[in-house]
Design a protein around this ligand. Structure first.
Ligand code: FE
Ligand code: FE
Ligand code: ZN
Length: 302
């Protein structure tokens, strides 16, 4: 079965109930969310009643809890330990995030490995290994998915060999897997029009069974640009056919595919509308919609 969804919002008021409703409105059967704002670490208390209500909604809509993903906030950086208190804060925040995921019964947590900043790549990788060895407990139900990055600035893990090193260095590596992001891979230098060759290489180095999440995004920039600017499906340099080929790849059929494409702006930039309902339609029909922006605006403007 095609597992397709998007990044959705999570508000302190509606919590997971709101996220599920949004998912259903897009015709999706999986989703990803941040437990608060992605760019900060303020987090609300998880409400038990809302979580129960959300689980009922999931059941009614045939959405499996195991296909829901939490994304850790991207400001936590495990690769840099120049400021001990920041490194410590990141480790502790991740421990808390795992506890929150467990409260929801969610099994997958996507994590950006981080940036080495003024250190070097090797040190950055070792900092991530040491942090994960402190964070990951053998009895936890949550699995961490390291996201492949675009290699912007001093980001690590833009090369799958970096990820291999981290997995090899972590004691409980059975709790550690990978999140592919097609925009990041493209920008990192992997040609997404030759995805099967990439999967062969990934399979030999790490193992296809370690791919636990795929972020499906087109890219605004060419291969190897190291930029990380997402584009709507079929509107970027990867293109519709290559993305369809990835989404329907038989080797990844039980892996949730999550859209993180940009919102459509309307009226200058006064209003922004989510493109996901219409991108998901395109994906289900395997047919490119050249009127995506117009359709999105028509649907949401009133
Ligand atoms: Fe990400
Ligand atoms: Fe991503
Ligand atoms: Zn990105």
């Amino acid at each position: 079965m095609l597992l397709i969804g998007s990044h959705v919002s999570f508000t302190s008021k509606e919590q997971l109930v709101g996220s599920v409703k949004e998912t259903v409105s897009y015709g999706a059967n999986c989703f990803m969310f941040y437990t608060g704002a992605p760019q900060n670490t303020k987090r609300c208390k998880i409400d038990y009643d809302l979580t129960v209500e959300a689980r009922n909604l999931l059941y009614e809509n045939n959405i499996d809890l195991k296909n829901i993903i939490i994304h850790a906030p991207y400001i936590i950086n495990l690769a840099n330990n120049e400021k001990k208190e920041n490194y410590r804060f990141a480790i502790n925040f991740l421990k808390e995030e795992i506890k929150r995921a467990e409260m929801f019964g969610i099994e997958k947590l996507v994590l950006h490995p981080g940036s080495f900043v003024n250190l070097d790549l090797e040190t950055g990788i070792n900092n991530v290994i040491n942090a994960l060895n402190e964070v990951i407990k053998p009895n936890q139900t949550v699995k961490i998915c390291l996201e492949v990055m675009a290699g912007k600035g001093s980001e690590i893990c833009f090369d799958i060999n970096h990820i291999k090193k981290i997995i090899d260095g972590v004691n409980h590596s059975e709790k550690l897997g990978v999140c592919l992001d097609t925009c990041h891979l493209n920008d990192a230098g992997y040609d997404m029009t030759k995805f099967d060759e990439f999967l062969d290489e990934f399979g030999k180095l790490i193992g296809i069974d370690k791919i636990w999440c795929v972020h499906v995004n087109d890219s605004k920039n060419p291969v190897s640009s190291h930029k990380d600017r997402h584009e709507n499906i079929g509107y970027g340099t990867i293109g519709f056919d290559a993305l369809i080929n990835i989404i329907y790849n038989k080797r990844l059929s039980d892996v949730p595919k999550i859209l993180e494409t940009p919102y459509v702006s309307f009226n200058g930039k006064q209003r922004l509308f989510p493109p996901y309902k219409f991108e998901i339609d395109m994906i289900k029909n395997k047919k490119f919609n050249k009127n995506l922006y117009e359709d999105v605006i028509d649907y949401y403007k009133s």
